[in-house]
Design a protein around this ligand. Structure first.
Ligand code: C5P
Length: 300
């Protein structure tokens, strides 16, 4: 994520992620689940702007993308319980810093979707405030702090398009991705809470594998790649929300390869052979009444 200077403010575009594979390997004594997941960043962004304040207040303002009625139905925490505000407060606690900031968040990534929006926003806040407040924390220090905010936060702090993540998701091993991948994402009308989906899932001791082979991804062998997309949270999510199954069937009908749910859902995605095909399919899905469809590429 790049932190850009705009006048007195700092601006960061916070991307969404997709889980191309996700295995749940066991339940841990701390209540979390042991995972192995291949995550890829994609070009659907929230935007965070932080500006200096004369006082020690953290002023937070969250706006949703204009004109999206669907987005307005989302349960985005608008106050102190937003992960961005929690990130700012934790950063001050950890460093003893007493400076304030005005933080504006422009939401485009739908919440309760498994697309990592809130985690990405928190990572963006850590990066921007580290600079605004001149804290000079290293990336490793930010990753440790990020890991306590949410399991996916460290992934977004790495400067990588793709990574294999283990532990509860916070142990990140970047993997090289030389090809641009094209996806269509469809988010059903309703979402799911991450905790509810994990509660419903039954861990299997054996991973199906690390998902798509990285060499196949890089060689553009999409059929092979898509066959290995899988998500252990998909079956529990389908039991909790029938819209997930409907959305997966819709993606398959539109000839997207490897329709799979991302993270704990409810957003689903498929891979397409070109940007052009992705845009065409996305337009058809919108015409069929789905108002949250995104044609996206893998992006740094
Ligand atoms: O880490 P994060 O705050 O995103 O997790 C939200 C919830 O999802 C956790 O409280 C936990 O119930 C569940 N979870 C889990 N195992 C993981 C990640 C999340 O059980 N590896």
């Amino acid at each position: 994520m790049l932190v850009k200077q705009r006048g007195y403010s700092l601006v960061v575009d916070a991307p969404a992620k997709l889980n191309l594979s996700l295995d749940v390997l066991g339940k841990r004594s701390d209540g979390y689940h042991e995972l192995e997941t291949l995550m890829v960043r994609v070009g659907l962004y929230d935007t965070l702007r932080v500006s200096p304040l004369e006082t020690d207040r953290i002023d937070f303002l969250c706006r949703r993308s204009a004109g999206s009625r669907a987005q307005n139905r989302d349960a985005v925490p608008l106050g102190d319980d937003n992960l961005v505000v929690r990130a700012a407060r934790l950063l001050r606690e950890e460093t003893g810093c007493s400076q304030g900031a005005r933080i504006e968040l422009f939401k485009r990534i739908p919440s309760e979707s498994g697309l990592g929006g809130a985690s990405s926003d928190a990572a963006a806040a850590l990066l921007a405030l580290n600079r605004l407040w001149k804290l000079e924390l290293s990336l490793e220090q930010l990753q440790r702090i990020g890991g306590t905010l949410g399991s996916d936060v460290p992934f977004f702090l790495f400067q990588t398009v793709a990574a294999l993540c283990r532990g509860r998701g916070e142990v990140v091993e970047p993997v090289p991705l030389s090809q641009t991948l094209h996806f269509v994402i469809a988010r059903p009308q309703s979402g799911l809470s991450t905790a509810d989906v994990y509660r419903e899932c039954e861990p299997s001791a054996v991973a199906k594998g690390t998902g798509p082979r990285i060499d196949a991804l890089n060689d553009g062998r999409l059929q092979q790649v898509a066959q290995r997309f899988h998500n252990a949270l998909q079956a529990p999510a389908e039991r909790l929300n029938p819209e997930v199954s409907r959305t997966l069937s819709q993606l398959a009908r539109h000839r997207l390869l490897g329709p799979t749910m991302s993270g704990s859902g409810t957003a689903c995605f498929g891979i397409s052979i070109s940007r052009r095909q992705a845009l065409t399919v996305a337009a058809r899905l919108r015409a069929a009444g789905n108002d949250r469809v995104y044609a996206v590429e893998s992006r740094p």
